[in-house]
Design a protein. Structure first.
Length: 343
């Protein structure tokens, strides 16, 4: 089976239309096109041509070949599975690629400080691969990390969250934002152990996976600044203590961004960028929760956003919940505003 994505084509043994699919050799998930599009978007807006990139877990090679063709980077694609390697070599020929292909254990150390961009896209948790990437990334380089380990990060198995990520999760409507922030805090601590601070550039929740892009900066100042954003919290007064988690920004705001024309999920990316300033606020309210406090009547989310903005409060939807709203307004004030009669 052959697919075309971006500027590349790839021969694939298995294609999944929805969800993560089953773990298999060089499989292709259509639902992760947005993840690969975001990779191209980040590299095009943050790195210059001719830099060095490593796709640590190559799979079919499609992400690595897109980085090479669409971003003009020198790409290394690594894949341990020998059956998957056959597809990577085949796809290199299909795309007339000059990518360098390796067959190493992704947990081993690649050349120190060599790569400007490293991608970690495992089936499951990225934890085993972080140290390898952090040793191989250049100062001021960028790492893209995917985690499909949602059950452990979003509170389904809190004991596993604690011993895998050293944090206490949340299992209510905040679970995916908390899960994302737990993952970033874990990355921040691992980066600090390697002498780096981190700056999140963009964060994405894809329904069954989290995707985070962050820049690394070498030095004590950056390490200390990063660790200051890793805290335990008891937010809004009525939830139990959770964390440690990342309380800093999830996105760096790009004012003059460029979205390449060949990107399929262009509108999706634009929507992410529109809500990014609001998503840097810590946590959100659920219209379901607001409804319970108003006697069971759940307000329509677009109407609530309108009312809050009309009364001078920033407000937006969030990618972490279809009924979530990001705002600086307090819950009592939200209820008061909803009770006001429209003019």
């Amino acid at each position: 089976m052959r697919v075309k994505e971006g500027l590349v084509e790839a021969e694939l043994p298995v294609i999944f239309d929805k969800g993560p699919g089953k773990k298999s050799t060089a499989y292709y998930s259509k639902s992760q096109v947005i993840s690969r599009d975001l990779t191209i978007f980040i590299i095009k807006n943050y790195l210059k041509n001719g830099k060095n990139a490593l796709d640590l877990l190559g799979g079919s090679g499609i992400r690595g070949f897109r980085i090479e063709k669409e971003c003009n980077l020198n790409v290394t694609i690594n894949e341990r599975n020998k059956e998957a390697l056959k597809y990577i070599f085949k796809n290199r020929d299909i795309n007339n690629s000059n990518a360098y292909i390796t067959n190493f254990n992704a947990e081993r150390q690649f050349p120190d400080g060599y790569y400007d961009y490293i991608d970690i896209d495992p089936y499951g948790s990225p934890v085993p691969f972080l140290d390898s990437a952090l040793k191989s990334i250049k100062n001021n380089g960028i790492i893209g990390v995917t985690s499909t380990d949602i059950a452990n990060l979003a509170g389904t198995y809190p004991h596993k969250t604690f011993y895998l990520y050293h944090s206490t999760p949340e299992s209510n409507y905040l679970k995916h934002e908390v899960g994302t922030r737990i993952l970033i805090s874990y990355i921040a601590n691992r980066a600090a152990e390697n002498g780096f601070g981190i700056i999140p550039l963009l964060t994405y929740f894809g329904g069954y996976y989290y995707r985070i892009f962050f820049r690394v900066r070498k030095g004590k100042k950056w390490v200390m600044n990063t660790l200051s954003y890793v805290q335990e919290i008891n937010k809004m007064g009525y939830w139990r203590k959770i964390g440690p988690l990342w309380i800093g920004n999830l996105h760096e705001i790009i004012n003059n961004y460029k979205i390449p024309e060949n990107i399929e999920k262009r509108d999706h990316i634009i929507n992410i960028l529109k809500i990014a300033p609001y998503e840097n606020l810590l946590f959100f309210y659920s219209t379901e929760e607001i409804g319970k406090r108003m006697g069971g009547k759940m307000p329509k989310i677009d109407y609530l956003i309108y009312k809050l903005r009309f009364n001078g409060y920033p407000a937006s939807r969030t990618q972490f919940s279809p009924v979530g709203i990001k705002t600086t307004c307090t819950l009592p004030k939200i209820i008061e505003i909803l009770k006001m009669k429209d003019l």
